[in-house]
Design a protein around this ligand. Structure first.
Ligand code: PEP
Ligand code: MG
Length: 578
C-alpha cells in the first residue's frame, strides 16, 4: 500500500477537492541552435510568420468558444496574450534575429523569451514579476505551433475528466477549458497567487495551489490526491481520516448550498426582523436573470461603460435607449439604477472617445468631470435614460461626485433634457431620482451640506478606499495597504450612512465589500440598510444578514468606531463572531 505524504504550496483559490493526479510535464521544445544558411532565411521567416498566425488563431478560437461571465473574465486574459503576440517589438525582434543573427525560429523565440524574462525579473514588484508567466505561455504557444503540434496542449489536458491537473504552469485560456471538461483542481509547481490564472481560478471556484515545487517530482499519474486550496496543501494517498475530513467538507458545502437555495425568494431580514434591501450590480442580461431569480429588490448599479467599450464609435441615443429600456423591462417594475458614464483617460482606448493622456487618470478627468466637460456626450446618455424611464422606475446615478456644484450642474442638464424631450413629443416618466456615488472622501466629509441636492446615495467603496488610503485599487503589490478595515474607511462609511439617514435619503453600498460576507455584520453595525452586489453573492449575504441581531449590532458599531487601529477593528470583529 502506498503511504500517505503531504507537501505544500501557496494557496491560490479556496476549496477542497479529491481526484486522481494527471501530470503534464513541461513541454520539451526542440530548440535548434544551428545557424541558418543565408538561403533559408526567407523560408524560416515565413515559417515563424505562419506559427504566429496559427497561435493568434488558436487564441481567437478559444475566445469565440467562451460564453457568459467566463467570456468576459477569460477574455481579458486572452486579450493580454494576444497583445503580447501582436507586439511589434516582439515580432520585429524575432524577424531581426532570423534575418540578421541567422537564428532558426525556435532559437529566436527562446532568445526573445529569455530577454523579456530577464527584464521582468529585474522589476522590483511581485505583481509585475508574476507577468513573466504570461510571456512563457505566449512563447510556448508559438513554439508548439512551430513544431506543428497538432493536438494543442490545452485540448489534450481538457480531455481528462475528474482529475487534478499537476503542471508547471497553466494559462488562463487553458483553465477555462479545464473546468468545462471536469478538471476538479489544479496544482502548479510555479506561478504566483497574483497570476491571471489564479485570479481566474478564484472567480471560477476551482481549488488551486501554486508554487508547489515538488509536485511534478513526488506525484505520479493516477495517485489519489486531496487538495486543499485554502491551506495550500496536497495530501498524496490520503488515509481514511483524510477522506472523512473531505466528506465533512462536502457535507458542509452541500448543506450551505441547500440552505442558500431555500433563501432564493425569502425576504432579507435580520434575526430580529429588520428588513434589509439587497440589490444587484448587473451589466449583462444574464446578471439580470440571476438577480431576479435570487430575489434582488432591484438593480443597484448598472455600469454603462461596457456599452462604450470594445468599439470604435460611440453608441448613439437610440442604441443606448434600447439597452436601458431592455434592462428596465427585464427587471419587471423593480427599480433600476443606471450609472452615467464613468470613463477616464485610462479606460478610453477602444471606445471611440478621444481623451488627452493624463499622468494620473484615477485623479483626472473621469466620471462626472468628463461628463460635464463633454455635454454632447452626456446629454445623449441622459436623454436615452430619460426615455427608458417610461418603462419602469429608473434612478440616475452619477459617479465621482466631489462637490454640490457638480450635482446641481447635472440636475440642470437633466431637467433641460427632460423639457426638450417632452416638447419633442417623447413620453418620459413624471418622476426620476438623481443620486450621487459617494466615492471621493471630500464628498463623504461634506455630505451633510450636500445631501439635500440628491434623492439617494450609493457608496462606491472600491474607489472610496483607494482615495482615502492613497492606495491604487488595481495594484496588488500594495497588499494589505488597500484595506476596507482601515479605521479611516469605517469612519467615512459611518459618516455617509448617518448623513443619509438624517436626511431620510436611501443609502446603498455597491462596492465589492457589499458582496463579501466578511463585512456583512460590520456594515449592518454601521447602520447600512441597502447592499448592492454581483447577483452570485445575493444568497450568501442574505444568509449572513439572517444571522445578525440588531441589539448586538448596535454594540458592535460603537466598539468598531472606537477602535483606532486595523488590528483593533479585527479584534472587535473576531470577538463578535466568537
Ligand atoms: C466603486 O467605486 O465602489 C464602484 C462600485 O464603482 P466602480 O467599481 O465601477 O468604480
Ligand atoms: Mg467607482
Amino acid at each position: 500500500m502506498s503511504s500517505r505524504f503531504v507537501f505544500t504550496g501557496s494557496p491560490a483559490a479556496r476549496g477542497m477537492t479529491l481526484g486522481r493526479a494527471r501530470l503534464v510535464q513541461p513541454s520539451e521544445f526542440n530548440i535548434d541552435e544551428r545557424p541558418l544558411d543565408a538561403a533559408d532565411v526567407d523560408s524560416e521567416v515565413a515559417r515563424l510568420r505562419n506559427a504566429l498566425v496559427h497561435a493568434r488563431d488558436e487564441l481567437r478560437g478559444i475566445r469565440d468558444k467562451l460564453h457568459g461571465a467566463l467570456a468576459r473574465e477569460v477574455g481579458e486574459f486572452i486579450d493580454a496574450h494576444s497583445l503580447i503576440l501582436n507586439d511589434p517589438e516582439l515580432t520585429e525582434g524575432l524577424y531581426d534575429l532570423i534575418r540578421k543573427g541567422r537564428y532558426r525560429a525556435s532559437a529566436a523565440l527562446k532568445m526573445q523569451r529569455d530577454r523579456l524574462i530577464a527584464a521582468f525579473e529585474a522589476i522590483d514588484d511581485p505583481y509585475l514579476r508574476s507577468r513573466r508567466e504570461d510571456i512563457d505561455h505566449v512563447i510556448g504557444r508559438v513554439l508548439s505551433a512551430l513544431t506543428r503540434d497538432t493536438t494543442p496542449s490545452e485540448r489534450q489536458i481538457a480531455s481528462r475528466v475528474g482529475t487534478i491537473l499537476i503542471s508547471d504552469t497553466v494559462a488562463p485560456a487553458e483553465l477555462a477549458h479545464l473546468t468545462e471538461h471536469g478538471v476538479l483542481g489544479v496544482v502548479t509547481t510555479g506561478g504566483s497567487p497574483l497570476s491571471h490564472s489564479a485570479i481566474l481560478a478564484r472567480s471560477m471556484r476551482l481549488p488551486m495551489v501554486v508554487g508547489a515545487h515538488e509536485a511534478l517530482k513526488r506525484v505520479t499519474d493516477d495517485d489519489l490526491l486531496l487538495v486543499d486550496g485554502s491551506a495550500g496543501e496536497i495530501v498524496v494517498h490520503p488515509t481514511a481520516q483524510d477522506l472523512q475530513r473531505y466528506r465533512h467538507y462536502q457535507r458542509e458545502l452541500a448543506r450551505s448550498a441547500e440552505a442558500l437555495s431555500r433563501l432564493k425568494h425569502a425576504r432579507t431580514l435580520t434575526q430580529d426582523g429588520a428588513e434589509i434591501q439587497l440589490f444587484a450590480n448587473a451589466e449583462l442580461l444574464n446578471d439580470v436573470a440571476q438577480a431576479r431569480a435570487y430575489g434582488a429588490v432591484g438593480v443597484g448599479l448598472y455600469r454603462t461603460e461596457f456599452l462604450f467599450l470594445q468599439r470604435h464609435e460611440l453608441p448613439d441615443e437610440e442604441e443606448q435607449f434600447t439597452a436601458y429600456r431592455d434592462l428596465v423591462l427585464a427587471m419587471g417594475g423593480a427599480p433600476v439604477t443606471i450609472r452615467t458614464l464613468d470613463l477616464g483617460a485610462d479606460k478610453a482606448d477602444n471606445t471611440g472617445l478621444v481623451l488627452a493622456e493624463e499622468p494620473n487618470p484615477a485623479l483626472g478627468v473621469r466620471g462626472v468631470r468628463l461628463a460635464l466637460r463633454q455635454p454632447a456626450l452626456f446629454t445623449t446618455q441622459l436623454r436615452a435614460i430619460l426615455r427608458a424611464s417610461v418603462f419602469g422606475p429608473v434612478r440616475i446615478l452619477v459617479p465621482m461626485i466631489t462637490s454640490a456644484e457638480e450635482i446641481v450642474a447635472v440636475r440642470t442638464l437633466i431637467d433641460a433634457c427632460a423639457r426638450e424631450l417632452r416638447t419633442g413629443g417623447y413620453e418620459i416618466a413624471d418622476h426620476y431620482e438623481l443620486g450621487a456615488m459617494i466615492e471621493v472622501p471630500a464628498a463623504a466629509l461634506m455630505l451633510p451640506g450636500m445631501v439635500r441636492h440628491v434623492d439617494f446615495l450609493a457608496i462606491g467603496t472600491n474607489d472610496l478606499i483607494q482615495y482615502t488610503l492613497a492606495a491604487d485599487r488595481g495594484n496588488d503589490a500594495l497588499g494589505t495597504l488597500y484595506d476596507p478595515l482601515h479605521p479611516a474607511v469605517l469612519y467615512l462609511l459611518a459618516r455617509i450612512i448617518t448623513a443619509g439617514a438624517r436626511a431620510k435619503k436611501a443609502v446603498t453600498l455597491c462596492g465589492e465589500m457589499a458582496g463579501d460576507t466578511r463585512y456583512t455584520a460590520l456594515l449592518l453595525a454601521l447602520g447600512l440598510t441597502g447592499f448592492s452586489m454581483h447577483p452570485s453573492s445575493l444568497l450568501e449575504v442574505r444568509h449572513a444578514i439572517g444571522e445578525c441581531d440588531r441589539q448586538k449590532l448596535r454594540a458592535l458599531g460603537a466598539r468598531l468606531l472606537r477602535a483606532q487601529t486595523r488590528a483593533g477593528i479585527k479584534r472587535v470583529l473576531a470577538d463578535a463572531k466568537g
